[in-house]
Design a protein around this ligand. Structure first.
Ligand code: URA
Length: 232
């Protein structure tokens, strides 16, 4: 059970004061009967809440897929534009699941579901992250072998990654860790340089190519179900 005004504010549907006002105007109904107070307790899973006759289906958490553009940071606050500024929603407590560098583009999951975020980011889960990479120099066969076997640089180690060649300067890399600047640093270890980096997949969530840079959309029920499945 939860308060009606809490349910509506958690979902970003209306603030507490907006809910109060709507109740006075008899616009909110619970199972067909106009609500009388905003603090009335409801069962969000079984009670039917409508505003102006439209059903408000309860969703505990929100999940957005963003095609992150260059120049915005993967943080919830900071001096410059953040990925949250690109999400058109008043749902509270949203945060990005993991980070992409300021100049990296592509798939970023934004949610307020801490448990899912933890499961996707936990190093022990080895969730796949797939990137399109453009390099300054072609990779040698020896470089590719190192990528596939794991790279060791000074006291740092990168676990084996999957390499898929596109052409001499373009490839896809699948990594299972999420170290800071990981792909850039792997390429630096091979005396190469990343010119352009785009994430296209995280676990089984694939970037929707219909999303322009800076655009986002909610995950479908199927995408969410797959993302919550065990495995990487
Ligand atoms: N690796 C990087 O170097 N940067 C990213 O943003 C993601 C992976």
């Amino acid at each position: 059970m939860m308060r009606l005004d809490r349910m509506l504010s958690d979902m970003g549907v209306s603030s507490r004061s907006q809910t109060k006002k709507a109740i006075r105007q008899k616009r909110i109904c619970i199972n067909g009967i106009p609500a009388r107070t905003s603090d009335v307790k409801i069962d969000p899973d079984s009670d039917q809440i409508t505003i102006d006759g439209f059903l408000v289906a309860y969703q505990k958490y929100a999940y957005f897929m963003l095609n992150k553009p260059q120049g915005v940071i993967s943080a919830t606050e900071g001096g410059c534009e953040t990925v949250l500024d690109l999400i058109d929603s008043s749902i509270p407590d949203l945060f990005p699941v993991g980070r992409l560098d300021k100049d990296t583009v592509g798939l970023l999951l934004i949610t307020n579901d801490g448990e899912l975020a933890h499961n996707l980011l936990s190093p022990s889960k080895h969730v796949d992250k797939e990137y399109e990479v453009e390099l300054l120099h072609p990779l040698s066969d020896e470089d590719i072998l190192k990528i596939e076997k794991g790279i060791r640089l000074h006291d740092e180690e990168f676990q084996p990654a999957v390499y898929k060649k596109m052409d001499d300067l373009h490839c896809r890399l699948i990594i299972h860790e999420g170290k800071y600047h990981q792909i850039k640093r792997m390429m630096e270890a091979l005396q190469n340089e990343v010119v352009f980096l785009k994430r296209i997949r995280m676990k089984n969530l694939v970037l929707d190519e219909n999303l322009q840079l800076g655009q986002s959309r909610e995950l479908t029920a199927e995408e969410l179900r797959d993302l919550k499945e065990q495995g990487r």
